[in-house]
Design a protein around this ligand. Structure first.
Ligand code: ADP
Ligand code: 5GP
Length: 197
């Protein structure tokens, strides 16, 4: 096991779960790690969430998120179209159910990048899911990354850091922790955990 990983003993590939949930505090590097992994392994299927958040520069509808209005999100929830959903730092986010179930039924590995509340919901409804926590090397480094990204105003950063304290305390709920010191190392470990052959 590489130095970035903490967790239980290795699981043989044939018995590994096919649904992997990646969570961790905002700014820890989840998107960066997943993008790095998928650049080299585009076959890893990542669920595209719906969100009421406004797009950041460069984010595309249908690629990074489905950007929806509050009313559209209300309908997705009311119609049971989301596998899980949560409010995070003032916006709502949810995982479209149908696309995930299709992939799982086809026997393909599925990756979700969602917050702690969503991870808990998935654990409740799909106990076979594998929950992976991405941790920062230190609190100060997390603050540096979140601030350095330059995509949120100070009050939103404060809200996200408040959520981060709660998320970091929940690390023991996860099956495995990867510490994001090196994007390359973590991407490699995550690839192995997603069981893509
Ligand atoms: P998240 O998706 O978890 O909110 P991002 O992927 O947007 O986080 O990363 C937040 C910032 O941290 C970005 O500016 C990114 O370039 C940087 N970052 C990510 N991983 C690392 C790393 N291992 N070392 C240094 N900076 C990193
Ligand atoms: P961001 O606004 O930085 O893209 O995402 C904020 C938080 O929402 C992150 O922790 C991200 O993982 C989480 N998130 C993204 N999509 C979903 C989703 O579909 N469901 C849940 N519960 N959280 C999500």
């Amino acid at each position: 096991m590489a130095a970035t990983s903490r967790g239980t003993t290795p699981v043989p590939p044939e018995s590994r779960p096919r649904l992997t949930v990646l969570s961790g505090p905002s700014g820890v590097g989840k998107s960066t790690v997943v993008a790095h992994m998928r650049k080299e392994h585009p076959e890893v299927w990542l669920s595209v969430s719906a969100t009421t958040r406004k797009p950041r520069p460069g984010e595309q509808h249908g690629v990074h998120y489905f950007f929806v209005t509050d009313e559209e999100m209300d309908k997705l929830i009311a119609n049971g179209e989301l596998l899980e959903w949560a409010e995070f730092a003032g916006n709502r986010y949810g995982t479209p159910r149908a696309a995930v179930l299709e992939r799982l039924e086809a026997g393909e590995p599925v990756l979700l990048e969602i917050d702690l509340q969503g991870a808990r919901q998935v654990r409740g409804s799909m106990p076979e899911a594998q929950l992976v926590f991405l941790a920062p090397p230190s609190w100060d480094e997390l603050v540096r990354r979140l601030t350095g990204r330059g995509t949120e105003p100070p009050e939103v950063i404060e809200r996200r850091l408040a959520a981060a304290r709660v998320e970091l305390a929940a690390e023991p709920e996860f099956d495995r922790t990867l510490v994001n010191t090196s994007v390359e190392d973590v991407a490699r470990e995550l690839l192995a955990l997603t069981n893509v052959v």
